[in-house]
Design a protein around this ligand. Structure first.
Ligand SMILES: *Cc1c(COP(=O)(O)O)cnc(C)c1O
Length: 457
């Protein structure tokens, strides 16, 4: 008999988590104005609000922290991090930052100006924010197939080469770079193929443009290339990663994802002019060049995290866990965005709470119901997150309305996945009794989802 799959690690330290009663959760959620961001973490049993900065570090990472060099300038921790990044990506110039959006802020301060057009696959919110706040345009050139939640294709995060070519033909002189997000977070953690990265490179070369990889989940992307793309079956993750970055000019990185640290980020590039340009902004925004917002010990933990998470076994354990949860949802017939992405499951609330009108926010209602059912905290990626149209101030109901269940790295076991799946099934089974949603009683003008106050109808 073939041995079943199991995690590529064992557990050395544990953190207790606590269940609660439905009565307690009713009270807590009411106090939180039906916004799960306003809950205290101890009111949560299984926390799937994000996979960002919520992973468990390994014994090697904790050990590396003890080697942290906290020198203001020239810390050996920086050089260990830099050498690791150069070895893994091939990029020679490295600037640490306190997280991913800070890397964007520093690099884009050098590259993006009013009127710039930045094409790519779906830009992440902060990436888009750092482009739009500079009065520039983020042009989404993702393949159309990404919008169909039920279509199963292996690389649903890809850039559409025709859209990219058109964007470059129309705006060539306004384009400072092309940005490709790996994996495509906004499209549901969907990967981008090597073939697609090669096509993007060729089009960019034709127009003499550089390419940035927004690399928060670059290692997960490499796992999907190894397991789904012809010709890569026998390559190591590190070989695939090297090849991915060989097709780019630089990267911005949120180390809170595939770096498996709780805080951190960096910029890396092969071009001295980008490095020189970004340097000028790192110092005032982040700090001196050899720490850029990070502790020495955190740079050491990140160096080890990058090394560990570009090994197949670690990635396989993670992605198989997300797939495991997806399979459980399949058993119960619960619709989610297909195929399951690398870091999360996006449950299609509009196909479940069909009695609830858009104006009553079905995905937020499902988020509320799942928390009340079992203390599981997901996150609405839907109409509340979409904010209002800046001109008409109407709610934007054009996109998808999803409940995102993010899986932190190396934190939960498949028993927790079973609890999530069954809790969601229980809500799913009584979906026809859920006829009313929620109403906004207070909201901020921008990024309202973090602080919005709601009432149940
Ligand atoms: C998280 C993320 C960022 C921003 O990084 P932070 O560390 O949260 O600032 C940028 N791009 C992508 C694709 C991300 O997932």
């Amino acid at each position: 008999m073939e041995l079943p799959f199991a995690e590529s690690w064992k557990i050395k330290m544990v953190e207790p988590i606590r269940k609660s009663t439905r009565e307690q959760r009713e009270k807590w959620l009411k106090e939180a104005h039906y916004n799960v961001f306003q809950l205290k973490s101890e009111q949560v049993y299984i926390d799937c609000i994000t996979d960002s900065g919520t992973g468990s570090m390994s014994d090697r990472q904790w050990a590396a922290m003890m080697m942290g060099d906290e020198s203001y300038a020239g810390a050996s921790s920086f050089f260990r991090l830099k050498d690791t990044i150069t070895r893994i990506t091939g990029f020679e110039y490295v600037i640490p930052t306190h997280q991913g959006r800070a890397a964007e802020n520093v690099l884009f301060s050098h590259l993006v100006t009013a009127g710039s057009v930045v094409p790519g696959n779906s830009h992440f919110d902060t990436t888009k924010g750092h482009i739009e706040s500079r009065k520039a345009t983020a042009l989404d050139c993702t393949i159309d197939e990404a919008k169909d939640t039920q279509l199963e294709i292996p690389f649903k995060g890809n850039v559409d080469p025709k859209k990219l070519e058109k964007a470059l033909a129309e705006h060539a002189d306004k384009v400072p770079f092309v940005i490709v997000t790996i994996t495509n977070n906004t499209a549901g953690g969907q990967p981008v193929s090597m073939q697609n990265l090669r096509e993007v490179r060729a089009i960019a070369d034709k127009y003499k443009k550089r390419v940035i990889l927004d690399s928060a989940r670059f290692a997960e992307n490499a796992y999907f290339i190894k397991t789904r793309e012809k010709g890569y079956e026998n390559k190591t993750i590190k070989e695939i990663v090297k090849e991915m970055f060989s097709l780019a000019d630089g990267m911005t990185m949120s180390a809170k994802k595939d770096g498996i640290v709780n805080m951190g980020g960096f910029i890396a590039t092969r071009h001295e002019d980008w490095y020189e340009g970004a340097k000028r902004f790192c110092i005032p925004f982040e700090g001196y060049l050899t720490y850029g917002g990070m502790n020495g010990r955190d740079m050491d933990a990140l160096a080890v995290g990058l090394d560990e998470n570009t090994e197949f076994e670690n990635l396989e354990t993670r992605i198989k866990q997300v797939e495991y949860l997806a399979k459980r949802l399949d058993e119960f017939g619960i619709p989610y965005q297909r195929p399951a992405g690398g870091h999360a499951i996006f449950v299609d609330a509009s196909r479940i709470l069909t009695e609830i009108p858009k104006e009553e926010f079905p995905a937020q209602t499902l988020t509320v119901e799942l928390y009340l059912e079992a203390g599981i905290r997901g996150c609405e990626i839907g109409y509340i997150l979409a904010d209002r149209d800046p001109v008409t101030r109407e709610n934007r109901f054009g996109g998808l309305d999803l409940l995102r269940l993010c899986i932190p790295r190396r934190v939960y076991t498949n028993n927790h996945m079973d609890v999530i799946a069954v809790a969601l099934k229980n809500v799913f089974d009584r979906r026809n009794q859920i006829k009313r949603g929620v109403k906004i009683v207070w909201e901020a003008e921008l990024m309202r989802h973090f602080t919005v106050q709601l009432e149940r109808l």
